[in-house]
Design a protein around this ligand. Structure first.
Ligand SMILES: NC(=O)c1ccc[n+]([C@@H]2O[C@H](COP(=O)([O-])OP(=O)(O)OC[C@H]3O[C@@H](n4cnc5c(N)ncnc54)[C@H](O)[C@@H]3O)[C@@H](O)[C@H]2O)c1
Length: 453
């Protein structure tokens, strides 16, 4: 099928926001035949995209250049070129401001789009938000600015994004997508659009249900991660290896889902989305959503626990944190990603720097500008490993060389169970380390080489 046929069939799409969600959506839409205007009010971003430079991990420069090469992808910093769109998808940020949902980006995008909405067009909100946003906030803005009525004159719906940056199995195209509309015709239009983008759409009966579905998914993860994190903090003291217990529990074929401990939660979703839910429940119903508050409490304090463990491990080696050289592996909030938003690793780095440690960090995915000023970015090599009093594994990027770390690090605190804990490492593997350290080595004090969270 030629591009022209595609264009006639699939029409004109505007994707508002060209970030982690909007850019991959734009790329996919171009690939299946849409003519796409990607609007991002950040001029720098729009320029980088036009120059073929991607800043989103899951989109390579090659992907971007291919899209630009079709002539059907136009990244811009203003809304003008989006006029006459058939479908608009809004993927702007929904952060927290002093603990409360900040819907100003959605409101701004709504006001800007409203001027361009024509009868018969379809508008979809995709930003994560609390139940009621599409109908109570977004629809009135679109209606006021366009003079048209949602449902009657144009189609309006909500479809949450499930993209998992760095996940090589589940991507935008093969992950089922929940779709909804403010009425039957809107649902049909939203579904028809996403049927061109993903292999499976899942219709729900209202935009509120779709909004809640996303918050349920992320709250479920948040709560379960908090559960294993809290377990990790106490299991060691009970003489139990929490990781072994989790692996054993994971063999149960039903009724259990594997979650693993770590230094805390980060990114744009887990530290934020559940609070949208608890805020809405408190504001609308006057009650606390206790699971979210408890999970926030546990997960928010994981970086403090990591620092407490660093202090313990160094203490056993007769070293204060002050002046110790600590090498952090990973600053991103998750594996194989360069995203440092709300990253617990950054928090750990700052806390250790505040205590006077000489903090260095190796993360091949993270741009230098994202590294806190008090932390020295370094390459992960033999010399850095050998010179560190303690290596702390915060992110288990595939790129990190396990063997190199196991051979040259003097002491490791592993928050991800990336390395086997010492008793399970064959003795000969660490023999050279023990030799180098001589009689004053930590083994003499009965400490393992690799300690867990
Ligand atoms: N990142 C993820 O993994 C992920 C996954 C699922 C859902 N989400 C949700 O998707 C939404 C977007 O997240 P993201 O990670 O893509 O954010 P992002 O910050 O990476 O991208 C958002 C982009 O929108 C632009 N923008 C802001 N206001 C605008 C406006 N009025 N008009 C045009 N552009 C505007 C910003 O400049 C930015 O480039 C959020 O609600 C988030 O919770 C994110």
């Amino acid at each position: 099928m030629s591009d022209t046929t595609y264009m006639e069939e699939l029409g004109r799409l505007v994707v508002v926001g060209q970030g982690y969600v909007g850019l991959p959506l734009s790329m996919r839409a171009v690939a299946v035949g849409w003519r796409v205007v990607g609007v991002d009010v950040d001029e720098g971003r729009a320029k980088r995209l036009a120059a073929g430079e991607s800043y989103v991990d899951d989109v390579t420069d090659d992907d971007l250049c291919t899209a630009l090469g079709t002539g059907r992808y136009q990244p811009v910093a203003e809304y003008g070129p989006a006029a006459g769109f058939d479908v608009a998808v809004v993927t702007v940020p929904t952060p927290l401001a002093e603990g409360a949902p900040d819907l100003s980006y959605i409101a701004e995008a709504g006001r800007s789009l409203a001027r361009l909405v024509r009868p018969g067009a379809t508008v979809v909100l995709e930003s994560t938000t609390y139940p009621g946003t599409t109908e109570e906030l977004f629809a009135p803005l679109l209606e006021a600015g366009s003079g048209l009525l949602a449902g009657r004159d144009f189609r309006l719906g909500y479809s949450p994004e499930r993209i998992d940056p760095g996940n090589r199995t589940w991507n935008l195209a093969n992950t089922p997508k929940v779709v909804s509309g403010v009425d039957e015709a809107s649902l049909a239009a939203v579904r028809a659009f996403f049927d061109t983008i993903v292999t499976q759409t899942v219709a729900v009966s209202s935009t509120r249900t779709a909004e809640l579905t996303k918050l349920l998914e992320n709250t479920f993860r948040h709560v379960n991660i908090a559960l294993v994190n809290e377990l990790a903090m106490v299991a060691g003291q009970l003489g139990v290896d929490v990781w072994e217990a989790i692996e054993a529990a994971s063999t149960k074929p039903y009724g259990f889902m594997r979650f693993t401990p770590g230094p805390g939660v980060g990114g744009h979703c887990l530290p934020i989305d559940p609070s949208y839910l608890s805020w809405r429940v408190r504001r609308s119903l006057g009650r606390n959503f206790r699971f979210v508050e408890l999970a926030n409490d546990v997960n928010d304090h994981m970086p403090d626990h990591v620092v407490a463990r660093v202090t313990e491990v160094l203490n056993r080696r007769r070293r204060p944190v002050l002046g110790s050289r600590i090498l952090l592996l990973g600053l991103a909030y998750k594996k194989n990603s360069g995203d440092t938003r709300e990253s617990p690793a950054i928090r750990v780095a700052s806390l250790l720097a505040d205590l006077g440690a000489d903090v260095r960090a190796a993360d091949p995915h993270v741009e230098r500008a994202q590294v806190p000023a008090a932390v020295r970015p370094v390459a992960l090599d033999e010399a850095e490993l050998a010179a560190a009093d303690l290596v702390v594994v915060l992110v288990d990027h595939d790129q990190f060389p396990r063997d190199l770390v196991a051979r040259h690090a003097r002491a490791v605190l592993d928050t991800r169970r990336w390395l086997p804990v010492t008793p399970r490492i064959p003795a000969q593997r660490f023999a050279p380390v023990a030799e180098r350290l001589g009689p004053a080595s930590w083994e003499r004090a009965g400490s393992p080489l690799v300690e867990s969270l």
